[in-house]
Unconditional design. Structure first.
Ligand SMILES: Cc1cc2nc3c(=O)[nH]c(=O)nc-3n(C[C@H](O)[C@H](O)[C@H](O)COP(=O)(O)O)c2cc1C
Ligand code: SF4
Length: 368
């Protein structure tokens, strides 16, 4: 079942295993993919994962992008990004562009920059507080249009679909979070208002791309904050709104920079002893959407082939995503396809996480 031909979120593929978005830190000074990045994606595609979601690609024109982040905020990006999609297609893989408006955790070489946010609430990034300014109503409209334009460019560059990054405390997720969204206009207050930014982006992206161009969303099931976070009840209430939206697939994640200890998106599962940490939430959401055409998947702490197969067999979840295991073993799907049932070698230490040339520490050690 894991490696049967199937269609997920509008994309024909050969596996229900998805590579979840993983920031690479491998762009050149122009924000174009470097040869190192093209090679990394070629290895991933050759390793047999069906669908690859890129690391977050900067779409917004009114905020700085992350250090060494690729971008999709101008037509000059189309040709360089087409090289990336070509490399993946050459190996029979599919590739989705994850586009983001950051609105948080911008780490520049000189330290945290000033971010844009719904209400100008500062945020702790590492040991420093990140300054933030509230978006004006006009800027919100610009950002919505920026996402539509970025999606259209990604389609031209040959991507097989788009994923809107609506999770982990980045801008769209911040709009959903009462602690960060204290606006008094139609983008703040009730859940319907806090979801308006996301829903207008989904509609604009659909209008800017082909009617069948797959449109995915990464969404927090909850923020797991002390107070003021998006709750699971809020997320459940979002489902009817998303069911009426043009989205084709939802990848369920959770947590942000302000989550309670060990409750963020990227967890040390050897220490917490809680693998598959968003599975119960994702399963509930998949049940809520089971009579809709939307495919629901889950990411977070999947490492074991049998647990992944059981998850797909016993729940309405359509796919399981992983991020860190592919940094250590880009060929993990082919190992499993060819009969191995060894769990992923990744120890979930998260020492690959950073801002520059992301790689598994075990590979770094081997190179040194
Ligand atoms: C190095 C690194 C970079 C990441 N970059 C992104 C990203 O660009 N966009 C995103 O949505 N999630 C990103 N994530 C989060 C992963 O997609 C995933 O949600 C999380 O790591 C949990 O899955 P895992 O246990 O399989 O690693 C990143 C994670 C890591 C470790
Ligand atoms: S650094 Fe740690 S978490 Fe990252 S891929 Fe390597 S083993 Fe996994």
């Amino acid at each position: 079942m894991l490696f049967d031909k199937c269609r997920i979120g509008g994309i024909e593929t050969t596996s229900r295993l998805v590579r979840s978005a993983t920031f690479e830190g491998l762009a050149d000074d122009c924000g174009y993919p470097t040869s190192e990045m093209l090679l990394a994606y070629e290895h991933l595609a050759a390793g047999g994962v069906g669908i690859i979601i890129t690391g977050m690609i900067a779409a917004g024109t009114i905020e700085p992008r992350q250090h060494r982040q690729i971008r999709c905020d101008g037509d000059d990006c189309i040709a360089p990004l087409a090289q990336l999609t070509d490399r993946v297609h050459k190996h029979g893989g599919k590739i989705i562009a994850q586009i983001v408006e950051i609105g948080g955790a911008i780490m520049l070489p000189e330290g945290p920059g000033t971010i844009i946010s719904p209400s100008g609430i500062p945020e702790k990034v590492g040991k420093e507080m990140q300054a933030s300014r509230a978006l004006t109503h006009d800027e919100i409209q610009i950002l919505i249009q920026d996402m539509g334009k970025a999606a259209a460019r990604a389609e031209k560059a040959g991507f097989d679909g788009i994923q809107i990054h609506g999770a982990h405390g980045y801008l769209i997720s911040k709009f959903l979070t009462p602690f960060f969204n204290q606006r008094r206009d139609e983008y703040g207050g009730s859940l319907e208002n806090r979801a308006r930014f996301l829903l207008e982006i989904l509609t604009t992206v659909r209008q800017s791309t082909g009617a069948d161009f797959p449109l995915w969303l990464k969404l927090n099931c909850a923020d797991f904050m002390q107070e003021g976070g998006l709750t699971f009840e809020d997320c459940q209430q979002l489902m009817p709104l998303l069911a009426a939206s043009p989205v084709n697939a939802i990848e369920v994640s959770g947590g942000n920079m302000a989550s309670l200890p060990r409750k963020g998106p990227i967890r040390a599962i050897r220490r917490t002893k809680e693998p598959m940490y968003f599975k119960p939430y994702a399963e509930h959401l998949a049940v809520a959407l089971k009579d809709t055409p939307i495919d629901v998947g889950v990411v977070g702490g999947f490492r074991d082939l049998h647990q992944i197969e059981d998850t797909l067999a016993a729940t309405p979840l359509a796919f399981v995503s992983m991020s860190r295991p592919f940094l250590r073993q880009p060929d993990l799907p082919n190992l499993w396809r060819n009969g191995s049932d060894e769990p992923a070698a990744c120890i979930s230490c998260s020492r690959c996480y950073g801002t520059d040339a992301i790689a598994c520490i075990f590979h770094k050690t081997e190179k040194e």
